[in-house]
Design a protein around this ligand. Structure first.
Ligand code: XIL
Length: 391
């Protein structure tokens, strides 16, 4: 008896080590949790793709580091109302159930956009032009009530309207603008508030460091407020690079929006390391000849350490700006989790190898994850304003 327990006693440390080795997760677990490190400042979210949501390894990473999730594609109208009046909610239902169960704030993206509308929606030949406004107002209302009604109390906030303005401040070309007119945005917010009075409602766009675009968005917020239609936040998309945007401009943009009495969210953060063909400031799609592809895809094998370091610094500097405005910024959402699945590999040019996110192609956290966690407790001294606001 005594012999057996002695044997067990000596073997105990080895059993513990063996247990730790076999139960150690295969994903790269970080020391601490990003979302909990930032919990006193703002929520930390991530956008997931369909493939992501089917991966257990990804799920563990989400559980570890984020308190909010967005689906990057499944909630767009073309994915939901597959035929007129025929909805496919199956994927969203499981996404919502899984994340609600894990206590994540779910963000709906997006109700009204000039893109990703179902093919049938704007091919209504029987509708006379004079009847178009009423017809599409009705469609908009029905869709918003259907989506928001189904997920009432489960989806925390919605990007109600996405990308509605041009850089000169005019209304962007959109079938919604063509059929309903300029007040389609106001109507969408009105319907959204009626459909779920407790949901947060957001206007979301890119390139908001541009002052004319900012003015258009500020005017929209004021119009909504005057009419008593709620809008809770402006989503700054945050598709950035090592040099864009100028951090001083970003700082001023957040300040300007804060004065409107709405929150600001960094909704689609990614930092590309690749040259930007086309006009980065304008976020235009690139039209590039095939011969230039190699030049524009310089890190197809791997990312040099020097660039990796610049990427880390850039994320840190951006977070310094967000932390400076922690009373205004209520959420920062990364647009994807791992480099391999980032949309930046295909935009503004298709088929490149980019490195814009927090996790590498082997699902391992990059050094920036630990850096950002440290920054949460050290930002007061680490975010030296001279360093942060100098380009
Ligand atoms: C992108 C998704 O990331 C891709 O998976 C999809 O194929 C196209 O859309 N601005 C937006 C997002 O508001 O909806 C876009 O997401 C990226 C640009």
């Amino acid at each position: 008896m005594c012999f057996v327990s002695k044997k067990l006693y000596t073997a105990f440390p080895f059993v513990v080590i063996l247990f730790l080795l076999t139960s150690w997760p295969i994903y790269g677990k970080t020391e601490a949790n990003l979302a909990s490190a930032y919990k006193d400042y703002f929520s930390i979210g991530v956008a997931l793709s369909k493939t992501d949501t089917q991966s257990e390894a990804v799920r563990r990473m989400v559980l570890d580091n984020f308190d909010s999730v967005t689906h990057e594609f499944a909630m767009k109208w073309s994915q939901v109302e597959v035929k007129q009046g025929i909805y496919d909610f199956s994927h969203i239902d499981s996404f919502v159930a899984l994340n609600a169960g894990a206590d994540k704030r779910i963000i709906g993206h997006t109700l009204v956009w000039h893109k990703a509308n179902p093919d049938w929606l704007f091919k209504q030949e029987a509708i006379k032009p004079t009847a178009a406004r009423d017809f599409y107002l009705d469609k908009l209302k029905t869709y918003i009530f259907t989506m928001m009604g189904r997920y009432r109390g489960k989806i925390y906030g919605w990007d109600v309207v996405n990308e509605a303005f041009n850089y000169d401040g005019s209304f962007r070309k959109s079938p919604w603008l063509d059929t309903i007119g300029e007040d389609y945005i106001e109507k969408a917010f009105e319907f959204a508030h009626q459909a779920d009075p407790n949901a947060e409602l957001y206007y979301n766009d890119y390139g908001l460091v541009n002052s004319k675009k900012q003015t258009a968005v500020a005017a929209l917020v004021q119009r909504l407020k005057v009419k008593g239609i709620p809008i809770h936040a402006i989503g700054i998309q945050g598709h950035y690079s090592l040099t864009y945007p100028d951090l001083t401009k970003l700082d001023e943009t957040i300040q300007r929006f804060a004065k409107l009495g709405v929150k600001v969210m960094i909704t689609e953060l990614d930092v590309s390391v690749l040259p930007f063909p086309g006009q980065e400031e304008r976020g235009e799609d690139a039209l590039i000849s095939a011969e230039r592809f190699t030049e524009l895809n310089p890190y197809s094998e791997q990312l040099p350490d020097k660039i990796q370091q610049q990427h880390t610094n850039r994320y840190r500097d951006l977070f310094c700006v967000f932390l400076k405005h922690k009373n205004t910024v209520s959420r920062v959402t990364f647009w994807g989790l791992t480099d391999s699945r980032s949309w930046r590999n295909n935009w503004p040019l298709e088929g490149r190898t980019d490195y814009p996110l927090l996790y590498d192609r082997n699902l391992q956290p990059k050094p920036i994850v630990a850096e950002l966690i440290n920054l949460a407790s050290s930002y007061k001294s680490a975010c030296n304003p001279v360093r942060v606001y100098k380009e």
